[in-house]
Design a protein around this ligand. Structure first.
Ligand code: DGY
Length: 445
């Protein structure tokens, strides 16, 4: 049984603009004087007439704590407080108001086994030393990188195995001169304004779409990243996905472990060949080139699309996006996420791909329209997909999780011990260079 809560509204259009266009709810029914909007299981009706007069709180429920922070990042301008933990009710939530003054609550219920004592104090100063500049670290890094950080900085670190909540980030960054953050931390103007001494944001990643560059520029805060050191590891993992999807390695492993292997069969787990087939690379930067270089060893033909043709140390043909989509057997994405690349691979692009084609994404999730991808995979319009990144990380649509022709990884492209240490050393050096006034290994802004 589904319920609908009705509210009386003075202005259907303003309310419609707010709930549909701003909050992103779907218009479910328009009856002229009444409109009903839907979000998950929640249905809200707004009526210009007098039959409804309910007032109260509208609660948007999220299954993960980070989603409350993500909602706050999107809807912070209507919020009346910032996200907080309420240990009494065991919820994480913030409040906001709609244009007619109704209370909105964006909320996550903590799991019954959630340890509240951990949440209370995620931040610890690891090496109290007032002579050193203060750095906030949003999650512990591998050992070598930690040693380098502690040599240079007084490090206040999140010692929990979870991302910092926005409220914790805002409180923790107050006295920091440097921030070393992860690609899942949203670093916006609000975070920067909470840190009057902040001089550098050092991202522990090559991608920096999690940072508001304009806001950093306007405040004279440097932004740095870690290109180069993770190229080869990310290319290796891209190949792990290519091999796993083409030859159905994960599905076959599950099958074997389940005791279903009863003998060799001519048609058991038929996949796709790689040799003599075509690898398409979208975005021929460092990682794209490292992936393509490996393909030469497999005897693959290489096509690529990028803004301009490149002088490459291997044979590869520069083609337009349409040819890349129509001719590639494996299409691997190696672009940064920008407003121009968001949903670059959508319905029209997917529909140009071959039925035997495989889409690989180790770049950023939002380059692909996941809803369209799921549809194409379900209808067998493409053969498979191998993904390390997702549109709403760490959320992965249930429908994608249920498909057999996908291999899904938890964003581990650069996750080798050496590389994650190298990234940490570079991020540490970036922050040190900015504070000491010499040229940083990789400064974006
Ligand atoms: C990056 O650096 O941007 C990767 O996605 C994480 O290694």
């Amino acid at each position: 049984m589904a319920g609908i809560i009705f509210f009386k509204t003075a202005d259907l259009k303003t309310i419609g603009d707010f709930y549909e266009h701003y909050l992103g709810m779907k218009l479910w029914l328009d009856q002229g004087k009444c409109r009903i909007y839907e979000h998950g299981n929640l249905r809200l009706g707004f009526c210009a007439a007098n039959q409804a007069d309910t007032n109260g709180t509208i609660t948007f429920y999220y299954s993960q704590m980070q989603d409350v922070d993500a909602a706050y990042d999107r809807f912070g301008d209507i919020a009346t407080d910032s996200p907080k933990l309420n240990p009494h009710f065991r919820i994480y939530h913030f409040w906001a108001k709609d244009p007619e003054g109704r209370n909105l609550e964006f909320q996550h219920f903590l799991a019954p086994d959630y340890d509240l004592t951990q949440t209370a104090k995620p931040l610890t100063i690891l090496n109290a030393d007032s002579a050193k500049p203060k750095l906030l670290l949003t999650m512990l890094l591998p050992d070598q990188a930690m040693q380098s950080l502690e040599q240079t900085f007084e490090v206040k670190a999140n010692t929990q195995d979870r991302q910092l909540m926005k409220s914790e980030l805002l409180a923790g960054i107050k006295d920091a001169q440097a921030l070393l953050c992860l690609l899942g931390d949203t670093i916006d103007a609000e975070v920067m304004d909470a840190a009057p001494k902040l001089k550098v944001i050092s991202n522990y990643a090559v991608g920096y779409n999690n940072i508001d560059l304009e806001a950093a520029k306007a405040r004279g805060i440097a932004v740095c990243n870690t290109p180069g050191v993770l190229t080869e590891s990310t290319a290796d993992l891209t190949w792990a996905l290519i091999m796993a999807t083409a030859r159905r390695v994960v599905e076959a492993d599950d099958f074997t472990r389940e005791g279903l292997f009863t003998g060799w069969k001519p048609q058991l787990f038929l996949g796709q060949d790689l040799h003599d087939h075509t690898l398409g690379i979208l975005g021929m930067g460092r990682i794209g080139q490292a992936v393509a270089r490996r393909a030469t060893g497999f005897g693959m033909k290489i096509l690529y699309s990028s803004r301009a043709p490149k002088d490459l140390p291997f044979e590869a043909e520069h083609v337009d996006l349409k040819r890349l989509l129509t001719e590639s057997d494996i299409l691997s994405l190696h672009l940064p996420l920008t407003p121009q690349t968001q949903h670059l691979i959508g319905r029209d692009e997917l529909s140009l791909m071959k039925a035997n084609a495989i889409l690989i994404n180790t770049a950023r999730g939002a380059i692909v329209d996941e809803t369209e991808l799921i549809r194409h995979l379900k209808e067998g319009r493409i053969f498979a997909a191998g993904f390390d990144v997702y549109e709403q990380e760490p959320l992965i649509p249930q429908e994608l999780l249920e498909l057999e022709n996908v291999v899904l990884l938890p964003h581990i492209g650069s996750a080798s011990i050496e590389t994650r240490n190298r990234m940490g050393l570079m991020a540490s050096e970036n922050a040190k260079a900015i504070l000491e006034g010499y040229s940083a290994p990789s400064r974006v802004v």
